[in-house]
Design a protein around this ligand. Sequence first.
Ligand code: NAD
Length: 448
Amino acid sequence: MVYMNIVVIGSGYVGTTAAAIFAASEHDVIAIDIDESKVRSLSDGKAPFFEDGLDNLVSSTISTGRLSATTSYDAIESADVVFSCVGTPDNPDGSSNLSYVFSVAKKAAEEMKPGAIFVQKSTVPVGTGQEIIKILPKSISYVSNPEFLRESTAIYDTLFFDRIVAGGDNTDACRTVLELHKTVEDHARDIATVSGVLVDTDDLVAHTGEYVATRLESAELIKVTSNAFLALKISFANSIAQLADATHADIDEVMGVVGGDARIGKAFFSAGRGYGGGCFPKDVSGLISSAKSFGVDLPIMMAASSVNFSMPGYIVQKIKSIHELKDVHVAVLGLAFKSGTSDARKSPAVKLANLLAKEGGRVYAYDPQASEEAKPDLDSSITVCATAKKALSGASIVVIATDWPEFKDMDWIKPLVAGSLVVDAVNCLPASEVQALGFKYLGVGRGA
Ligand code: NAD
């Protein structure tokens, strides 16, 4: 394939990763964002957020000139392919806020050259593409190319994808989008080296991701259905965890064996304080809302959402059943919605910290990457600490709220704390080892 002029609109987790990886695959890429601080960060050779390996990739592609960043939309007119990677947050009623998506589509309609391809990487409700096609000139092709990367393993997931999907009516345009991704696969070894993400040599040799062309509506529905099913698995595990708590079964033993059935699979079966972040919560509510607009009810997803909503409160009730919270020093370790990211959007760790504060706990919170992002959502009584040591010193209760690797070692934590209760809200600690240090251990679905 010929190397292309690519514009990536939106420099968040998806856009920055895509822009840097396409640039590292020898395409000329211009990243556009309305947020000047993100553009400045990229132009300085730094990702605007924490993601393993991305700083290395951004700095190397900026320095070779393959990648540049701007707030101006001028570059759109000479682009062969424009990727839309802007946010699709939820509205207060749970539906998807598509204002950013449509504002970018309008720009594309005005500026793109005939024959160019407008690609949607943002997660949008099924039917959105047909609405966008109505505002694009006939000479511009539209392709839905949903993104499946996970924050914290974004580069790895892009290089060693399970599937790349391109959906649309124009089969040539879909083929071009798939071929564009093939150039990434061809550069995977170099990109892995430059970014420094840990890659097994076997991954490089044996990778067999699929390239799939689909109908436009199928591509849109594939993305939200994937996330909905993963959310469903987590909520299912959390429901069974509550039964395990009531019966002294162990959720890890149960789901480990249940998931060992090849028809079911082990992934996303960990119990804990629930899912969060910039995708699952709004993708589930967006799916429920868009299904409703087509006259379809999805009670199964409503149940998944409501179980998820209840989990931080469930954990607080468990703590209250064995320990006072009023005026008690509680150290909350972890605020990010998961480890490996600075993303604290809709983080259940934040919700847990807030509920503990609401119960009268004196909460001292720490996160290695997400403290700044979490601050606006934290209860004003919570002290955000610069180090884990500060949060832990003299604590009566330690709550592990995000599974950062440094929180899995209780040996250094033990001498700092005054109390003896460890609450493992993400089931990431070996209970017996915690107990061997003299702590009481409280997990989710791991019995008393
Ligand atoms: P994000 O909020 O991190 O980034 C979105 C960016 O778009 C922001 O930097 C914002 O300033 C910019 N933006 C908004 N309007 C703009 C405009 N008119 N012109 C230029 N820039 C504009 O979002 P994200 O996490 O990267 O997600 C983007 C999309 O990808 C969403 O639809 C999301 O659901 C989907 N997605 C996200 C992930 C993930 O793990 N984060 C994974 C797969 C899919």
